[in-house]
Design a protein around this ligand. Structure first.
Ligand code: ADE
Length: 233
């Protein structure tokens, strides 16, 4: 079984609709939709916003549905100059930027006995990248793709000072609110994962308006990227 998560309905609705032989299981107030996508058995969950919700659902996917791989799809705020609305970031690494044990001499994002950056699975990165490449070939104005570090924290970022800090402290390509905790949960369970993000905004002063205008437009591309990734596993 493969676990597929998104924080919001718009991020998982088309994938959920594509399921065949679907059954729905409720756990911890969340609806897990299990079924098939092609030959793959999957469980699809809209986990809600934030690192705690994402971690809870990831652990349920692993324990209750025996997921051997996890894919998270959603939107994010772009942090690099060359990335704009509609561009795609696939995680090479994730980090929880709001973990702060600097008082104990640790770097931001660093927990005791854990690497600061958590590496996504190379096979899943490759599959997602090839899915992107094929989709781009079919588009007139294809978006850009970057495989890079995704930072996560329990804040929606909409200010230039935080953008600069996230770039400098973590070398981050984009910011969102779930990937770091999904990666952490997968790492401590020994489960491969990848995070696929479409840029909804540039995390600056206009981020809320950009996000609101773009969110529903992300569904189709996200669904195609995830289906394409699954086909290559
Ligand atoms: N998801 C999409 N845009 C975001 C932003 N600017 N900050 C945090 N999460 C996001």
């Amino acid at each position: 079984m493969i676990g597929i998560l998104g924080a919001l309905d718009e991020e998982v609705n088309l994938i959920r609709e594509a399921l065949t032989d679907r059954i729905t299981v409720e756990k911890a107030g969340n609806l897990f939709h299990c079924g098939k996508l092609g030959k793959m058995e999957v469980s699809v969950i809209r986990c809600g916003i934030g690192k705690v919700n994402a971690a809870i659902c990831t652990q349920i996917l692993i324990d209750r549905f025996q997921c051997e791989k996890i894919i998270f799809g959603g939107v994010a705020g772009a942090l690099l100059m060359g990335l704009g609305q509609g561009d795609v970031v696939i995680s090479s690494h994730v980090v929880q930027f709001d973990i702060d044990l600097t008082a104990f001499g640790r770097r931001h994002g660093e927990l005791a006995n854990q690497d600061r950056l958590i590496a996504a699975d190379p096979g899943l990165i490759e599959a997602a990248t090839r899915a992107f490449d094929q989709l781009s070939e079919e588009m007139q104005n294809p978006p850009a793709l970057m495989v890079g570090t995704i930072v996560s924290g329990d804040s929606f970022i909409s200010d230039p000072a935080t953008i600069k800090w996230l770039q400098r402290e973590f070398g981050a390509a984009c910011t969102e609110m779930e990937g770091g905790s999904v990666g952490y949960t997968c790492k401590i369970n020994g489960i491969p994962f990848v995070i696929i993000r479409i840029m909804s905004d540039k995390a600056g002063d206009k981020a809320v308006e950009e996000f609101d205008a773009f969110l529903s437009k992300s569904s189709e591309m996200l669904c195609k990227l995830i289906l394409g990734t699954l086909r290559r596993l």
